[in-house]
Write a protein that binds this ligand. Structure first.
Ligand code: MG
Length: 381
């Protein structure tokens, strides 16, 4: 290992962790101008995502999401990446910074060695999937830029096949707030509903008073009684629901298989399935899988999961966390392989740093730019 380069990379990480936004930007700019070393130079900084509305899930409520922004420089080009850490996945700014600081990326002189770099990251520490996703996304951005092509093209996907994306609405006990949340979702062709609370039917009824668009339901493991879950599936089916995501706790595989046998709606796995190995087990109890870059460790694994799920005849859904347009646009590159997309994470925050994927007439639209397709818009925030 090149000790001097290791210290340099670590120092950049440390500086970005504590420096003011302006000096972060200045540091990034200075490095960009001077680095033409043919080595991978990685830097990163914490970035708290501010949510437009508080997020009310079955098991928690929050107004911010911890996030780490990352970049890898190579031969004058910059690849952008991001780790978003919703609390239920177990990663934090501290764990991501610690993991990234432990990597020596300067040992790699070629950003195309993505598979090998994943093996290296797994050898440094298991899990840390959001942190690994940040590195993976930045490598894809970089390699796409070197090839001068966006990733959907490199994967041979047809951009016009991108699906509609849903927009998430959560329950609010204040009727005016609830109405405002539903109004925000009206331009979208599908409305996603977070369920698992005591007001599930109330929320769907409130949506139906304002919109006839199909809804999809995410119970976030909130239904623990299989008979009641089946009753809800029938009730939702009568109200124009497309599918139910993770109705029961991920541990209740047998009960979920029982539900799938009887449900009029497709049952999609989210928390149950994280990577390709989980897809094989999911086929016993679920009709499809929800792929998210932060769960699986990035675009490399996400693509593998989509191919495998398709081979098993399963539906593919593409989701995200609350993220900037960086990770959302990276996921959008894969969206022509998805039946449904839930790529609204960038629309739920007020401090996006990137311009990227757009929703046009409710449909995912991939930008015509190489790499993951994003442009940094507010480097000093
Ligand atoms: Mg979900």
């Amino acid at each position: 290992m090149d000790r001097r380069n290791f210290l340099r990379t670590s120092a950049i990480g440390a500086v970005m962790a504590v420096a003011s936004p302006i000096s972060i930007s200045a540091a990034g700019h200075a490095t960009r101008k001077t680095t033409r070393s043919g080595r991978l130079n990685m830097s990163f900084m914490p970035y708290e995502l501010k949510l437009n509305h508080s997020f009310n899930l079955a098991r928690s409520q929050r107004t911010t999401t911890p996030d780490v922004q990352l970049q890898i420089e190579y031969d004058g080009l910059i690849g952008y990446g991001e780790a978003s850490m919703p609390p239920y996945l177990g990663e934090s700014v501290e764990s991501v910074m610690t993991f990234l600081n432990s990597l020596d990326m300067t040992q790699f002189a070629d950003p195309f060695r993505i598979d090998e770099i994943h093996d290296y990251m797994d050898s440094v520490a298991p899990e840390n999937r959001a942190a690994k996703a940040a590195v993976d996304i930045a490598l894809h951005d970089l390699t796409g830029k070197i090839m001068g092509q966006p990733w959907y093209k490199i994967w041979g996907l047809k951009p016009s096949k991108t699906p509609d994306t849903s927009f998430t609405v959560s329950y609010d006990s204040n009727p005016d707030e609830q109405k405002a949340k539903i109004e925000e979702a009206l331009p979208f062709n599908i409305i996603k509903v977070k369920m698992g609370l005591d007001h599930d039917k109330e929320l769907v009824d409130a949506i139906r008073r304002q919109s006839q668009s199909p809804v999809c339901v995410d119970a976030n493991q909130g239904w623990t009684d299989k008979e009641k879950a089946l009753e809800m599936c029938h009730w939702l089916n009568e109200r124009g629901c497309l599918f139910v995501e993770q109705p029961m706790p991920k541990e209740m595989l047998e009960e979920t298989a029982w539900l799938r046998e009887r449900s009029p709606l497709p049952i999609i796995a989210d928390e149950f399935v994280r990577d390709t190995a989980d897809v094989r087990r999911a086929v016993q109890a679920y009709d499809g899988i929800n792929i998210k870059l932060m769960k699986c460790g990035g675009m490399h694994e996400a693509h593998r999961m989509a191919v495998f799920a398709r081979a098993l005849g399963m539906k593919v859904m593409l989701g995200c966390m609350t993220e900037t347009s960086c990770a959302v646009t990276a996921a959008a590159q894969l969206s022509p392989m998805a039946d449904w997309a839930d790529l609204d994470g960038n629309l739920l925050i007020s401090n996006d740093r990137f311009d990227g994927m757009k929703i046009v007439d409710g449909k995912v639209t991939i930008p015509d730019r190489p790499g993951i397709g994003v442009k940094l818009i507010t480097p000093t925030v």
